[in-house]
Design a protein around this ligand. Structure first.
Ligand SMILES: [Ca+2]
Ligand SMILES: [Ca+2]
Length: 253
């Protein structure tokens, strides 16, 4: 019969273990692995905490989005500029130059409205003795206009009377479960409705004038020195709110 001696002295047991650990390469590696596992456990938990927000349960709820308010803010008030034939003029600005009124507003669209003043009152000159009985007719001038921004498709137009160009800065997100929205936290939905990143960047509003004088008659010379365009730049905002849906809230109307 083999008798296994058990050393009941714990301090001796620890001393022996440390001594073995110091001399055994395999034990040293195993100890390092155990240490790393122990250290990694809290950081893994921390990772879970970051990626799973405390409000994750909100993803199971159903929400509707309400447009609480919408409207426009003047970025550049009505301004006139006169251009000679084929002369160009640009207004270049970025979102840091939005008016104070736009602070904290959800800007979703920028428009350029413009009107060719010469369409109604052309500034053509006439000279010659024949002008008193036959001064001919004005010829319409025209203006080419374009607007550009990195996150919105550019648009342009050539017109004799005026037009408006728009930059859609924000696209309303598509929800598979519309009009009810589920699968997101309130914060996630609010971020999807926030256009503040989309409006960043350089805006370029460009005009080129095309001036044309009416046909001269035998004794009356016509000339035209310029075309004048009046423009205005507006910012359009939409303020949304996210509301948890319940059976008492009608979905339509
Ligand atoms: Ca003209
Ligand atoms: Ca003119």
């Amino acid at each position: 019969m083999v008798k296994i001696e058990f050393d009941a002295d714990p301090s001796k047991f620890i001393k022996n273990s440390v001594s073995k650990l110091k001399t055994s390469r395999h034990l040293q590696i195993a100890a390092v692995v155990v240490f790393l596992l122990l250290v990694s456990q809290p950081s893994y938990s921390l990772y879970l905490d970051i990626t799973t927000p405390a409000n994750a349960h909100e993803r199971e709820n159903h929400y509707i989005v309400l447009e609480e308010d919408r409207g426009s803010i003047t970025w550049v008030a009505s301004t006139q500029v006169s251009l000679s034939d084929e002369e160009s003029f640009s207004v270049i600005m970025d979102e840091s130059q939005f008016p104070g009124e736009a602070d904290g507003m959800n800007i979703v669209m920028v428009t350029l409205d413009f009107y060719v003043i010469d369409y109604d009152v052309d500034n053509e000159d006439t000279s010659g003795i024949g002008c008193t009985w036959n001064d001919g007719e004005d010829a319409y001038d025209s203006v080419a206009a374009s607007v550009d921004h990195p996150s919105a498709s550019s648009s342009n137009v050539v017109t004799e009377y005026g037009d408006y160009l728009r930059l859609d800065m924000f696209e309303y997100p598509e929800f598979d479960t519309f009009p009810l929205i589920t699968g997101y936290t309130v914060e996630e939905i609010e971020e999807m409705l926030d256009a503040s990143d989309d409006v960043k960047g350089e805006y370029s509003f460009n005009f080129t004038g095309f001036v044309e004088a009416g046909e001269s008659t035998t004794e009356c010379e016509r000339s035209d020195s310029s075309v004048t365009v009046e423009y205005e730049i507006l910012l359009y905002y939409s303020e949304f709110s996210v509301m948890e849906w319940n059976d008492e809230i009608p979905l339509w109307g």
